[in-house]
Design a protein around this ligand. Structure first.
Ligand SMILES: [Zn+2]
Length: 284
C-alpha cells in the first residue's frame, strides 16, 4: 500500500529519484532531524518553502513518512493462562509483532537516523522484546549493542544454553561482557536447579510417607534425581523430568500422591528461580 496523506500541506522530494510525497508538516515534527531543518529555514529568511529535498531513496522515505504519520502500535498481548499470570509472563499475538529483520534493518535504523520521538522508539522496543522468545540471541545482542539493558535482560531468559550455539551464531553477541553475562546467568540457574532438585525429597520430613514402601520409593526418587542432576542445563524442565518417576508408582496410591506433590513443589520452586539477568543477585 503506497503512502497516502489525507490533508497534505507540505512536500518531501527525494533528490535521488525525483519522487515527491505529499505530507503533513506537523507529522514531520516527530523527527528531530526535520525539526532542525525547519528551524533553519523559519520565516524571516524571505523564502516561504513548502518543500523539503532529501538525499534518501523514495522507498526509505516512504517508510519513514508512514512511521511519522501513522506511528506503529505496540503488539497485542495474548490472554494468559492462570499459571502464566502467576509468573508474570507476557505473550504477544505473533501476527501483530513487527518481524525482527524488518524491525532492525528498517524501523530502528530510521528511528536512529531521523531521531524519531521516544514514543516511537518505546513502541519499537516492545516489538523487539516480543521477538525474543523466537530469536533470543539476536534480540539480546541487538539490545546489548544499543544499550537497551532492560530489553537485553528480557531476552536473556530465552537464550539457549551457550554451548548449544554454533560459532557463526554466537558471533552476533557484540562483546565479551554481553557474552559473559549470559554465561553467569546460565551457570547460576544450573547450580540453583541442581540444589533445588537434590534438596527436594519425595517424603519431605516424613510428610506423606508410605509405610509399606518408604525406603524403596525414597531410593527410587533419589536414583531418578541423581540421574537427572548431571544433565541439567539452564533451560531444563526439572519438575517435568522428575514427573516420569510418578508413572512407576501407580500401584501404590500413597507413594503416587507423594510423588505428585513433590513434583509440584519442585515445579513451583524452579519457576521462582531467576530467569533473567536483572533477577540475578548482585553478588553473583
Ligand atoms: Zn507406597
Amino acid at each position: 500500500m503506497p503512502f497516502h496523506c489525507e490533508n497534505p500541506d507540505f512536500k518531501v522530494r527525494s533528490i535521488t529519484d525525483g519522487t515527491v510525497f505529499h505530507v503533513k508538516r506537523a507529522a514531520l515534527q516527530g523527527s528531530e532531524v526535520f525539526r532542525d531543518m525547519f528551524a533553519l529555514c523559519e520565516p524571516g529568511t524571505g523564502e516561504e518553502s513548502n518543500e523539503l529535498e532529501l538525499q534518501d531513496k523514495s522507498g526509505e522515505l516512504e517508510t519513514l513518512l508512514r512511521i511519522l504519520h501513522d506511528p506503529p502500535f505496540p503488539p497485542m498481548k495474548l490472554e494468559l493462562s492462570p499459571e502464566e499470570k502467576l509468573f508474570r509472563v507476557t505473550r504477544y499475538d505473533p501476527t501483530t509483532v513487527i518481524p525482527l529483520p524488518l524491525l532492525i534493518s528498517v524501523f530502528f535504523r530510521l528511528a536512529d537516523k531521523y531521531m524519531l520521538a521516544d514514543s516511537v522508539t518505546d513502541v519499537l522496543k516492545i516489538h523487539l522484546v516480543a521477538n525474543a522468545p523466537a530469536q533470543a540471541l539476536e534480540v539480546y545482542s541487538f539490545a546489548s549493542l544499543h544499550g537497551m539493558e532492560w530489553e537485553a535482560s528480557r531476552a536473556s531468559q530465552y537464550v539457549l544454553p551457550m554451548a548449544s550455539y554454533h560459532f557463526e551464531e554466537i558471533k552476533i553477541i557484540p562483546d565479551v561482557v554481553a557474552y559473559h553475562k549470559l554465561v553467569r546467568l546460565q551457570d547460576f540457574r544450573v547450580k540453583a536447579l541442581r540444589d533445588l532438585l537434590l534438596g527436594e525429597d519425595i517424603f519431605p520430613h516424613g510428610y506423606g510417607e508410605c509405610t509399606s514402601h518408604r525406603e524403596e520409593t525414597a531410593a527410587g526418587w533419589d536414583r531418578q534425581r541423581k540421574a537427572l542432576v548431571g544433565r541439567i542445563e539452564s533451560v531444563t524442565d526439572v519438575a517435568g523430568e522428575m514427573e516420569a518417576f510418578t508413572e512407576t508408582l501407580q500401584d501404590c496410591k500413597v507413594c503416587y500422591k507423594a510423588c505428585i506433590a513433590a513434583v509440584e513443589m519442585l515445579s513451583y520452586k524452579c519457576n521462582r528461580l531467576p530467569k533473567r539477568l536483572d533477577q540475578l543477585p548482585d553478588v553473583y
